[in-house]
Design a binder for this molecule. Sequence first.
Ligand code: UFG
Length: 335
Amino acid sequence: HTGKYLVTGGAGYIGSVVAAHLVEAGHSVTVLDDLSTGFRGAVPEGAAFVEGRLQDARRVLDSSYDGVLHFAAHSQVGESVQDPGKYWRNNVGGSIELLDAMREAGVRRLVFSSTAATYGEPLTTPIHEDASEAPTNPYGASKLAVDHMIGGECRAHGLAAVSLRYFNVAGAYGRYGERHDPESHLIPIVLQVAQGRRDAVSVFGDDYPTPDGTCVRDYIHVADLAEAHLLAMAAMTGGGEGAGEVAGGAHLICNLGNGNGFSVREVVETVRKVTGHPVPEAAAPRRDGDPAQLVASAERAVKQLGWRPSRTDLAEIVQDAWDFTQRYAGTAGAE
Ligand code: UFG
């Protein structure tokens, strides 16, 4: 059955892909976004748009909403180390305002955009949800704080919530894709090199204890990720496909990843194959705070939510990102 949902951060990369999936599934969607890093043009047609901060959720929400999907946050690891206050103020402070507004309006279902950065340097691989949580930067710490805040809200006030901990989200969904300024993530950077917009990709460290010495990450296609959000909401509204119904008072935390690790070198090699362009590499020092390997166990999402990722091939992920980069990234029409 269809519902009415607020999507915070729905003008950003992941929020816009999820909003588009919700609209396509027939749901009624309102996007709340302050456009600090998002794009008005990324809000899907068919969704209502409110330009505002999380503090403004109070004037949007009322009891006609079935739930909230919460993406609005700052998300740059490096910046969070330089300017931690920005992360605590916005990610944590904004989320308190949102939870208050939801309680006051009687909106009792939440899907939260959490991250693998809550685990920090993992002790075991693949990473399960019961792994120790020791974030190595304020970005991960702020997301972990919100996870704790949500857990408390569930116990105290009967909220139903699912936190989804993403690994390395990549790829694109039609006209919805990844655009940061300046670009910060590996796949879009390597694609810019393939386009000739950058001279070379800096490989941050080649002496890690991994098969080829470069860092290994679990890249997950943004459309597979989006489907997990719809399943998470369905698990709270009684239409779930997995084993677990998430009732009021419950907080389910699920990792989302491919379960497959790819090294920085493998990503660069895949971009060469997909694009047919040479991609020069330049050796660079290790980047602060980078764990050697981050690979998810997504068993819980598969079992509890009925999630089935279907775009797990790295070449397919890169192909979709490449199509988006060529067609839409940097174009005025996308603004
Ligand atoms: N890398 C390079 N050269 C680059 C850019 C990245 O070698 O120019 C390497 C990084 O060192 C890392 C890998 O490519 O080993 C992937 O880096 P990304 O910056 O694309 O992503 P991260 O693995 O750093 O992702 C982290 C957290 C996520 C979080 C994200 C937020 O793991 O949970 O940062 O930005 F969401």
